[in-house]
Design a protein around this ligand. Structure first.
Ligand code: MN
Length: 251
């Protein structure tokens, strides 16, 4: 078994090395990760510049691109053999609900899935994450489970782990994505030359976070596992939009 590991926090992130150590016990691993923090890079590919890949002192390949670039590059030419699976993370922070559309961690897993491999995104759900070992152990548990019962080729799992010691985890739950309130306002400031600048503010607090959601599982101390699909089509609205298109303008 050969596992490709990537992340969005960069090749020096603690979460990446903990994930690599955990999975290296069970499989051959290749680590290809961004050369700096590219959190919230989503599924962006770099098309207007070449990409450079360098072997780092820690043995990981670092790429001057996005998480999606890293996985794309790794699978389509950088690695000698094609990996069997992609793990992304361990992200330094939660990827719950709406976060998955911005997340570079989920995007790295998504790219693996687009290229035909089973993929897992794993995040430590805390603003000040400490218990990376717990998430590393969870990744190993999931890997063993996947080896015993392979995931369908098109399956992408978004995993969030409570920031707790392993012994305090309450179990594993299969969940759906919850939703957040709309994001906080941008934060206005000025640069040293007095020009206006803006920082994107924090995400909104959870809104749809009841039983069955990823938010709820984390609040209860459980590992949240959400199977994601990449087809965003809202099938139940296709007929309604067909009718809407046929409506006269009412003049
Ligand atoms: Mn990140």
């Amino acid at each position: 078994m050969h596992i490709l590991i990537s992340n969005d926090d960069g090749y020096l992130a603690t979460g990446l090395s903990v994930l690599a150590e955990s999975l290296a016990v069970y499989a051959d691993i290749s680590v290809v990760a961004p050369d700096k923090n590219r959190s919230a890079a989503s599924n962006s590919l770099t098309l207007e510049m070449p990409l450079r890949a360098h072997k780092s002192e820690n043995g990981f390949m670092r790429v001057d691109g996005t998480p999606t670039d890293c996985v794309h590059l790794a699978i389509t030419g950088l690695l000698k053999g094609e990996p069997d699976m992609v793990f992304a993370g361990i992200n330094h922070g939660a990827n719950l609900g709406d976060d998955v559309l911005y997340s570079g961690t989920v995007a790295a897993a998504t790219e693996g899935r687009f290229l035909g491999l089973p993929a897992v995104a794993i995040s430590l759900a805390s603003d000040d994450p400490k218990h990376f070992e717990t998430a590393g152990q969870v990744a190993a548990v999931l890997l063993k489970k996947i080896v015993q019962n392979p995931l369908p080729k098109d399956t992408l799992l978004n995993v969030n782990v409570p920031d707790l010691p392993l012994s305090e985890l309450k179990g594993y739950q299969s969940t759906r994505l919850g939703q957040r309130h709309k994001a906080e306002s941008v934060i206005k400031s000025s640069d040293p030359r007095g020009r206006e600048i803006y920082w994107v503010g924090p995400p909104g607090k959870e809104q749809d976070a009841g039983p069955g959601t990823d938010f709820f599982a984390i609040k209860k101390g459980c590992v949240s596992i959400t199977p994601l699909q990449l087809d965003l089509t809202r099938y139940d609205k296709i007929d309604e939009i067909t009718q809407w298109l046929s409506l006269s303008e009412g003049k």
